[in-house]
Design a protein around this ligand. Structure first.
Ligand code: DGL
Length: 282
């Protein structure tokens, strides 16, 4: 660090996740902002982050953000709740001013939380997320800053990310774990009328989640809210927007091998199109 060029850099928007989950966010962002260029970075060799300590998640995330800056990204989205919960604040406040104060790093918790006020009538909201995100209390803290009357109850689902990462999201075995955590959550607070899927992997389990969530309870998937909020952000910040290149391009970096990344990424992107993927070491 420190050697990075501080001249005005133009390039793709960086989208970071610990693994494949951020691809669910990328998909929505590309639908909303199709002409912008994107560089997705999955730290697939070190995923999952959800069960790791604050310090480790922070260090890993900073390494990946730094790499995306080196690749020319003026703006990086942490498309990972765990990284947004555990690393965003420190990177924004401590690291960014030292690396290059003209670039930006944004998370995905705030844009998700903003939607909750108008969705919940009972003012009882549930959160399904990784142990790291639940323990960080980032969701209740952010929600209560905007809506102090909302009560947030969290349930950690440590098995859900491995189920998705291992291609088991449609298997009968997944039903057991999906149901268990939904039941646990609703037992803790039966008045919940809105459930946030606070992990980017969970939309891949949506069919099963819908099956076990009683009718009338809303399920919040983050992608559309994050995409809309990024569009607003770029409109409000022309100094960043003008540095984001627009050639309809999208490429991918992974800390795993290309052979491992490709088939899994196609599942998340729901696409069989050829992807431009490179393997990187940190
Ligand atoms: N995709 C990450 C999130 O949104 C979690 C995956 C992981 O545990 O690394 O929290």
């Amino acid at each position: 660090m420190g050697s990075m060029s501080k001249s005005v850099t133009c390039g793709p928007i960086g989208i970071f996740d610990s693994g494949y989950g951020g691809l669910t966010i990328l998909k929505h962002i590309r639908e909303t902002l199709p002409d912008y260029d994107f560089l997705y970075f999955g730290d697939n060799a070190r995923t999952p982050y959800g069960t790791r300590s604050f310090q480790v998640v922070y260090e890993y995330t900073l390494q990946c953000v730094t790499r995306l800056f080196e690749m020319g990204c003026p703006l990086v989205i942490l498309a990972c709740n765990t990284a947004s919960a555990k690393a965003l604040r420190t990177i924004q406040q401590i690291d960014l001013p030292k690396i290059d104060a003209s670039r930006r790093v944004l998370g995905i918790i705030r844009p998700t939380v903003e939607s909750i006020g108008e969705l919940s009538s009972s003012r009882h909201v549930g959160l399904l997320a990784t142990p790291g995100t639940v323990k960080s209390l980032s969701y209740p803290l952010e929600i209560n800053k905007l809506y102090p009357d909302i009560r947030v109850t969290g349930e950690s689902c440590p098995i859900w990310v491995p189920l998705v990462e291992n291609g088991e999201s449609q298997s009968p075995g997944a039903d057991f774990f999906v149901r268990r955590h939904i039941d646990n959550l609703l037992q803790k607070d039966p008045l919940i009328d809105t459930i946030i899927l606070g992990c980017t992997h969970y939309p891949l389990l949506l069919d099963k989640i819908r099956q076990y969530v009683p009718e009338g309870i809303k399920i919040v998937c983050q992608g559309e809210y994050v995409a809309r909020s990024l569009g607003d952000y770029l409109q409000r910040h022309p100094e960043i927007d003008s540095r984001c290149t627009r050639n309809y391009a999208c490429s991918f970096l992974t800390t795993e091998s290309v052979e491992t990344f490709l088939p899994a990424a196609s599942v998340f992107l729901d696409s069989s199109r050829e992807l431009d993927v490179k393997s990187v070491t940190l």
